[in-house]
Design a protein around this ligand. Structure first.
Ligand code: FMN
Length: 175
């Protein structure tokens, strides 16, 4: 009997879109899930002030202070990381989390939620922060949500992850 592939989904979400995608993916992939939590500090990300702070953090590549992961990242075969696009790049809390935890990730997959643009740079920044190339990536845009294309994109992403992990496991068995 083959052992079940252990998958962890980690995400940051300011307004709930990335969280929703992460939760649906977790149920589709039978994965554990953990939100990235920021340390309590002087500034929040709520309201107009929080929005501006988030834009500045993203543009200036300021390192956000994030809490250590609660689950043991190294115990998973695959970690899927999800982030909203901020100011044409990856949101600051996800970059910080990947910089801290990327070394413990065996296999990585990435997804982004964007209004309309910036996901290409965001995915590149996430991959660089982790120090790993993702085996699959997915972008959900505002127009995907509006036109109800998000479920198809999520399904295709989940299927690609399953296929690529199965192929990697076969290779790992052979060596
Ligand atoms: C600070 C900030 C900057 C943003 N910058 C962009 C951007 O450059 N490009 C874009 O398409 N969407 C941008 N957005 C929109 C979000 O990426 C999009 O609404 C996403 O779905 C939000 O995810 P969340 O609800 O999980 O926080 C920005 C949102 C915020 C809060």
């Amino acid at each position: 009997m083959t052992e079940r592939c252990r998958i962890l989904i980690v995400y940051y979400s300011r307004t709930g879109t990335t969280r929703r995608v992460a939760e649906l993916l977790a149920s589709e992939l039978d994965a554990d899930i953990e939100p990235i939590r920021e340390r309590a500090g002087p500034g929040s990300r709520d309201g107009a002030r929080g929005y501006v702070r988030s834009v500045i953090d993203a543009l200036c590549h300021r390192r956000a202070a994030v809490m250590p992961a609660l689950l043991d990242v190294a115990a998973y075969d695959l970690v899927v990381v999800g982030a909203p696009v901020w100011a044409g790049g990856a949101c600051a809390p996800v970059r910080a989390w990947l910089e801290s935890n990327g070394g413990q990730i065996r296999h990585l997959a990435l997804f982004c939620c964007e209004g309309a643009r910036g996901s290409g740079t965001a995915l590149k920044q996430m991959s660089e922060a982790a120090g790993k190339t993702p085996l699959a990536a997915c972008v959900i845009s505002g127009s995907d949500l509006y036109r109800r294309r998000d479920a198809d994109k999520r399904d295709a992403f989940a299927q690609k992850i399953r296929q690529r992990m199965a192929a990697r496991r076969e290779t790992e068995w052979l060596v």
